[in-house]
Design a protein. Structure first.
Length: 204
């Protein structure tokens, strides 16, 4: 099991990155909440990882914190939630936002995430409610209402809107919906990652 990787960030195209670890390039899929915390390409970064083995593919998922990875692992234990859907959930909401949505039984907020229907949302409420309180792991589901997102250095992209639409589509949104989401928040000065963040925020 690969639990953590430290190396040089070579490429990043939401939600995928390429990380060079002593000459070996690892392709990782990251939720957008972790993607926002990445440094610029060419810089070193450390990611906590979860390795998924399927018949048709071996997938490596990366997370900026153990907290995010722990929630990802809890999500994929839930009936009807696979790694791709867990990635979409963690992209739409931070750990704290998801925890509050579960504890407050905000079903309407959960079903706005692509791939999360009413039945899946109800299963999440039933199986995860109560797991966000009194957990002994030091960095898991912290009782705090402050949601921290690090400031991003701008990335030079030719068409940030196209990049953002492609990322949202990869996370499970229909291409037409992704286009509408990006157009709704589009501003000339925003990078693709900032567009994705604003589009996901507006969608909830």
């Amino acid at each position: 099991m690969i639990g953590r990787l430290q190396g040089t960030l070579i490429e990043k195209q939401p939600p995928e990155i390429l990380l060079d670890v002593q000459g070996v390039g690892y392709e990782l899929l990251l939720p957008m909440t972790s993607f926002y915390n990445l440094p610029e390409t060419g810089q070193e970064c450390t990611l906590f990882t979860h390795f998924v083995v399927r018949e048709d593919a071996h997938l490596l998922f990366g997370f900026s914190s153990k907290t995010d990875r722990t929630l990802f692992r809890e999500l994929i234990k839930t009936n009807g939630v696979g790694p791709k859907l867990a990635l979409a959930i963690l992209s739409a909401m931070s750990v704290h936002e998801f925890a509050y949505a579960i504890e407050r039984e905000e079903l309407s907020k959960l079903i706005k995430i692509p791939g999360v229907g009413k039945k899946t949302a109800e299963r999440l409420l039933v199986e995860l409610k109560g797991k966000f309180k009194g957990v002994q792991q030091p960095d898991f589901f912290v009782e705090s209402k402050s949601i921290m997102v690090s400031d991003m250095e701008p990335i030079s992209l030719d068409v940030p809107s196209d990049e953002a639409i492609a990322a949202l589509t990869a996370l499970g949104y229909k291409s037409t919906d992704a286009e509408k989401m990006v157009k709704k928040v589009a501003k000339a000065e925003l990078t693709s990652e900032q567009l994705i963040r604003e589009a996901l925020k507006a969608a909830l």
